[in-house]
Design a protein around this ligand. Sequence first.
Ligand code: CTP
Length: 228
Amino acid sequence: MPVAQDQSPRRSITHLLVTAGPTHEPIDSVRFLGNRSSGRLGVSLADQAAQRGWDVTLLLGPVSILPTDSRVRLRRFRTAADLQGLLREEMTRATILIMAAAVADYRPLDGASPGKIRRTADNLRLELEPTPDLLAEVAQSRTPGQFLVGFALEPRERMRASAAEKLARKNVDMIVANPLETMDSATIEALVLQANGVENFTQGAIDKTEFGSWLLTLIEQAAGKDAR
Ligand code: CTP
């Protein structure tokens, strides 16, 4: 007897795409604009998801930390433009995206200056252009069943309002909001808002590994219920 096909857009294996680390936007052949993101949280999420049996691809920026689980498929980026290209390729098979990368908001207009900018006695003015919002771009072209998670690093007093604003503006399923001190720290404190109105928060600051497990469970439950 033929077996009935599952018509649900949800697939049984979770294909997780995680982005982590900063972007470096070159100013000239030796200098760049960057930020202090360590990539630690995203790498830990990738390792822990692989240990849960998920199929994991990690898009990792210019950091020294690497995943320890050999099942994590690793691709590297340097600039926001590199990451944009990788996301376009990798979102075709992802069921969940965790966008933990600290993407630069601005980059030098017209790209890097050729060679090395020389010192002179004059002031130097750098003109910057905004980078594309990669998460919003992914959300615009998402396919049914893809669950998108963004992050928001915010001053503590603005965490809830900014997270709610980013949830709507970027059209994602979940925003993980953290206070500014989280960047480059071993611990994390988070408020998680979902598009369906559900809210969760950690009890104070917790270790990033412990937080990773907590967040993956939350995402697993939410994506299972709400994948669109
Ligand atoms: N993000 C992105 N592309 C950008 C900037 C940010 O995809 N060019 C993603 C980040 O990876 C994160 C989320 O958007 O998951 C929120 O990033 P954040 O820097 O907090 O927000 P911004 O969009 O930069 O807004 P603001 O500058 O107002 O904080």
